[in-house]
Write a protein that binds this ligand. Structure first.
Ligand SMILES: Nc1ncnc2c1ncn2[C@@H]1O[C@H](COP(=O)(O)OP(=O)(O)OP(=O)(O)O)[C@@H](O)[C@H]1O
Ligand SMILES: [Mg+2]
Length: 234
């Protein structure tokens, strides 16, 4: 049996006294593209924060490649092979594009380099000397994705992959994600565009009120969309 890249089970988590996640669970296998869907405020970002050690669960377990990482510090989770593209991108505003790419980079033989990142998003090469603050929303998202890839992750995690971006930029982001998938990279993606997610993903996790509400393959999703999508606003 293959070991999951990431396995989260029975996670309770929240902010101060306010519990947000209740026995939340999800799993990503190597090479798999999994979506995390749910309405606003249902706990998607909180799930990802728990996964990356930014919030400490009060119950449950998180394993990365079979190793217990429950409550581990964010840098340890990143070092274990997880790359994060957070909601709102969070590019370093006072660093140039190229400095952003190099700031958290971790080399790996045959892995991501500046040249490969610029190949994925040529726009970033044109803007390589510009400060983070000078970038458009789409350019910031490209930079956030490329910066995460420069850590050579085994799993790329994207929160709101295309939120607030123009249609043409969205298409570019989806194409890049499809290319990464074709290269065998595992991806966990939060987005609100069900059609784009259904085209790109192997499996889906739907969260409602901080709880796992539905999970299934894209084939299962397509076979009974109402069952999965009653938890979404469409
Ligand atoms: N820093 C915080 N402090 C207190 N409560 C928070 C904090 N961040 C989020 N919450 C609450 O936790 C719940 C889940 O929020 P979360 O951001 O995980 O939802 P989400 O599914 O990512 O929503 P969205 O689609 O709007 O991004 C919400 O009720 C929200 O108000
Ligand atoms: Mg969110």
């Amino acid at each position: 049996m293959t070991t999951p890249l990431v396995a989260m089970e029975g996670i309770d988590c929240g902010y101060g006294g306010a519990q947000v996640l209740f026995a939340m669970a999800l799993e990503v296998m190597p090479g798999e593209v999994v979506t995390l869907m749910g309405r606003n405020g249902m706990g998607k970002t909180t799930t990802l924060r728990a996964l990356f050690g930014l919030l400490k669960p009060t119950a449950g377990a998180i394993r990365v490649k079979g190793r217990d990482m429950t409550g581990a510090a964010p840098h340890r989770v990143a070092a274990a092979g997880l790359g994060y593209v957070p909601e709102g991108r969070q590019v370093f505003p006072r660093l140039t594009v190229e400095e952003n790419l190099l700031a958290t980079a971790r080399g790996r033989d045959g892995g991501w380099t500046l040249a490969r990142a610029y190949g994925l998003f040529p726009r970033l090469e044109e803007r390589r000397g510009n400060l983070g603050t000078a970038l458009s929303g789409g350019e910031q998202q490209m930079l956030a994705i490329a910066r995460a890839l420069m850590t050579n992750p085994d799993l790329l995690v994207l929160d709101e992959a295309t939120e607030g971006l123009a249609p043409v930029v969205r298409a570019e982001i989806w194409a890049a994600i499809a290319g990464l998938r074709a290269d065998g990279l595992a991806i966990l993606v939060v987005d609100k565009n069900l059609e784009a997610l259904a085209r790109i993903a192997d499996r889906h996790v739907v969260i409602e009120g901080g709880r796992l509400a539905w999970t299934g393959s894209t084939a299962e999703l397509n076979a009974d969309r109402t069952k999965a999508t009653r938890h979404l606003e469409l």
